[in-house]
Design a protein around this ligand. Structure first.
Ligand code: ADP
Ligand code: MG
Length: 728
């Protein structure tokens, strides 16, 4: 009997929900482990407090002396909560978070004067020994070391007994070595561009903030079971396993009652989130068995991105206490739905207006249309770049692989707004007659219903959908750091708004047009130019792929192809014009992501080869031996008649041999392809892994999955799909 698998099954089926009681109401504990406004007021001098506020709101620098005072207050606060260590918390280009813990504790060399210390220097800047973080050649090029620097716009927090200080990670020559730095620059760019456009409509607007509300999908698998699967442990997904008889076909999991063990896990997770100030709001089952979703109230984008990264960490840590493993992979199981991370995005002014929310007056609706249409135009111009921003080995399993959403970026806006755009398209060129203007304002712009929110058809197949008061970028991978997609989206919209401003100003100054005439004129042209990106139909259909091809939209189904848009001339000039990334930074990210792709496929190939040879083949041979024994026995008893009596067994013996031969041959061939791929340069190597190595996965898997069906369940070593997916 395969002991590991059956031991694990015994353990997992005997599990009871872990005890967990919330001690307080959510509102009472929200943010209590965050150095937020309330604790800053309590622990900082008024100068220090004002210093942080100015840095957050107006990007003012914090000088060293002030930093000392802030650090002092922060330390007192942290010590009052039993904290012993501090760390600069950052997001290197590995996609995860990094931290190195230092104790507050210090003493002089002879051991006298032990004391807890934390000064401005330690708060503001650190030099992690970070030579092993990926840098895409930046540090080789510049012979520079990297350092982390405090980002005061994201508040420090306590996790466990450590004070975590959100930081950027940059090289000494200033190149960003992380995800956060370009994001902060992009948020700056969109603030600047959107604010100046807002001023056409409201002179009081001084700041525009990009908002993000992510929705995180994930699978929860019993940890004992997950631990029996080397593929889950090493790659985050199952590389083989026959689909279980029951999958998601009954639709009985979606929005169904949450299984008790999972529910208690979620309650503790939410409790931890509350302490950390992550405003988690909803939880529910997703489509696939053991798949769930969690979503917070939306926040300022930088904070929301930090919170998502932090959450993914916290989820895994809380899961350990509940004997679960969280799978963030986009496609952990073949044949059941994968996971995504919807990024709900909008723009908000400091006067409290959501710029993507239609409202009651014609003037504010013209403002809404301005931002709405500019966003569509930006996506139209940079669709390939947006696709590149969400490309990864794991997301390739979703995008364009028979599952939502397709690898083609398109925008869904719903029937009503489609009509509004059609009418605006008819606006005459040049100055508008008073009648036309009145008509437009009353009957088109004035009539955009403020009930749009309920009316927008929820087209679930669109990768980028307008959902009433925000756009929802649904193609982002569940395991991704949102910073990448948000940096790109905010940069392209910023660039578009900047261009819009230039065009409108030009019409006002040189063509003697009134402001709203000019806006109508420019928007009309934008609608005409952006039609290709609008699509209301079924994004999964073959017809759409053909249609999108005719429209000239990109359709990159694999990462090595999709990533090329990240280093196109268009991309390099965009990011440098908007001061988000210089060409070195752009190219470095491309290299890192390409290499990451290659490594992932390489690891998958190795793990699959190992499992197929070390688990599947030996098990198959053991079972075959049993059959051979059986046939030999039949021959002994029945003589020549054994061939008839043992016919089925003999067929099985042959079949098993064929699959074993198939596995061996394909694993050999795959290994040869890997060797060849390893000899190539970065781009060619990634493409070879994609086109020459990866296709073996399905063939090898197929043989293994067939054997799973043939071999005695009692001796099969790998935990099966039905056990992984239906153990609650
Ligand atoms: P759904 O039907 O998709 O669940 P909701 O309106 O409940 O729609 O919102 C889904 C997500 O969108 C939530 O995470 C929420 O925080 C986010 N969201 C709502 N409004 C905004 C906004 N203005 N900017 C960014 N995200 C938003
Ligand atoms: Mg949604």
């Amino acid at each position: 009997m395969s002991t590991l698998r059956f031991e694990a099954l015994k353990v997992s089926s005997a599990r009871k929900p872990v005890k967990f009681e919330e001690l307080d109401k959510k509102s009472a504990i929200f943010g209590s482990n965050v150095f937020n406004d309330k604790s800053m007021r309590q622990y900082l001098t008024s100068d220090a407090y004002q210093g942080v506020k100015d840095a957050v709101q107006h990007g003012k620098k914090i000088d060293r002396k002030l930093a000392d005072y802030i650090a002092l207050g922060m330390k007192e606060w942290a010590l009052s909560k039993g904290v012993t260590h501090y760390t600069h918390w950052f997001q290197p280009l590995t996609g995860t978070t990094a931290e190195k813990h230092d104790a507050f504790f210090e003493t002089s060399y002879d051991g006298s004067d032990p004391v807890e210390k934390f000064g401005g220097g330690q708060l503001v800047q650190q030099e992690p020994d970070a030579s092993s973080f990926p840098n895409g050649g930046i540090r080789n090029t510049f012979e520079a070391r990297g350092y982390t620097a405090w980002d005061p716009t994201s508040p420090a927090f306590i996790f466990g007994t450590t004070l975590c200080i959100p930081t950027v990670f940059v090289s000494y020559t200033g190149e960003a070595l992380d995800y956060k730095t370009p994001l902060l620059r992009a948020l700056n760019a969109i603030d600047e561009a959107a604010t100046s456009v807002c001023r056409y409509f409201d002179k009081n607007v001084k700041k525009v903030t990009a908002t993000l509300g992510w929705e995180q999908e994930y699978f929860l698998i019993d940890s004992a079971l997950a631990n029996t699967r080397p593929d889950i442990l090493m790659t985050g997904r199952t590389l083989l396993g026959h689909t279980s008889a029951k999958g998601q076909q009954l639709d009985d999991h979606y929005f169904g009652s949450i299984p008790t063990r999972a529910l208690v896990y979620m309650r503790e997770l939410e409790y931890e989130c509350m302490l950390l100030g992550i405003p988690v709001k909803t939880r529910h089952n997703e489509v696939a068995p053991n798949q769930f979703e969690l979503a917070p109230i939306f926040e300022e984008t930088n904070l929301a991105v930090d919170h998502n990264s932090l959450l993914m960490d916290v989820m895994q840590k809380v899961a350990e206490r509940h004997d679960f493993k969280v799978l963030f992979h986009e496609k952990p199981f073949k044949g059941v739905n994968g996971s995504g991370k919807h990024n709900n995005w909008s723009l908000a002014t400091d006067t409290g207006v959501n710029l993507l929310s239609p409202s009651k007056t014609p003037m504010s609706n013209l403002q809404f249309l301005t931002f709405f249409i500019n966003t569509i135009k930006a996506v139209n111009t940079y669709e390939a770049l947006l696709r590149g921003a969400i490309a990864s080995a794991s997301n390739d399993h979703r995008l364009g692989a028979n599952e939502a959403p397709p690898a083609i970026i398109s925008v869904f806006i719903g029937e009503q707004l489609t009509k509004v755009l059609a009418e605006l398209e008819g606006v005459s060129t040049g100055k508008l007659s008073p009648e036309e203007k009145t008509d437009l304002k009353l009957n088109v712009v004035g009539k955009i219903p403020d009930v749009l929110l309920d009316n927008t058809d929820r087209n679930r197949t669109s990768p980028f959908a307008f959902t009433g008061n925000k756009f929802e970028f649904r193609a982002v991978g569940s395991s991704a750091n949102c910073a990448n997609s948000m940096t790109t989206l905010n940069t392209i919209v910023a660039k578009q708004l900047k261009e819009f401003k230039v065009e409108v100003d030009n019409l006002i100054e040189n063509k003697d047009m009134k402001k709203d005439d000019a806006i109508f004129n420019v928007l009309r042209e934008y609608i005409k130019q952006s039609k290709n990106i609008l699509f209301e139909g079924d994004g999964y259909s073959d017809a759409w792929e053909i249609e999108a091809g005719k429209r000239g939209l990109s359709n990159f189904k694999t990462t090595p192809k999709a990533l090329q848009a990240r280093v196109s001339e268009q991309a390099i000039s965009l990011f440098s014009e908007m001061n988000v990334m210089n060409h070195v930074e752009v190219e470095a990210r491309y290299e890192i992501e390409l290499e990451e792709y290659t490594k992932r496929i390489q690891i998958e190939g190795r793990v699959l080869g190992d499992i197929a040879r070390n688990h599947v083949i030996p098990t198959a041979i053991r079972y075959q031996n049993t059959l051979i024994e059986n046939v030999r026995g039949l021959k002994e008893i029945f003589g020549a008649e054994y061939e008839t009596i043992g016919k089925e067994q003999i067929v099985l013996i042959r079949e098993i041999s064929e699959h074993i031969a198939g596995i061996n041959m394909k694993v050999e061939e795959m290994t040869e392809e890997r060797k060849k791929a390893n000899e190539l340069g970065a781009q060619e190597s990634a493409e070879a892994y994609c086109d020459a190595v990866r296709p073996y996965f399905d063939v090898i898997r197929n043989h293994c999955d067939k054997l799973e069906l043939l071999v005695d369940d009692e001796i099969w070593t790998l935990t099966k799909y039905r056990e992984l997916l239906f153990t609650k």
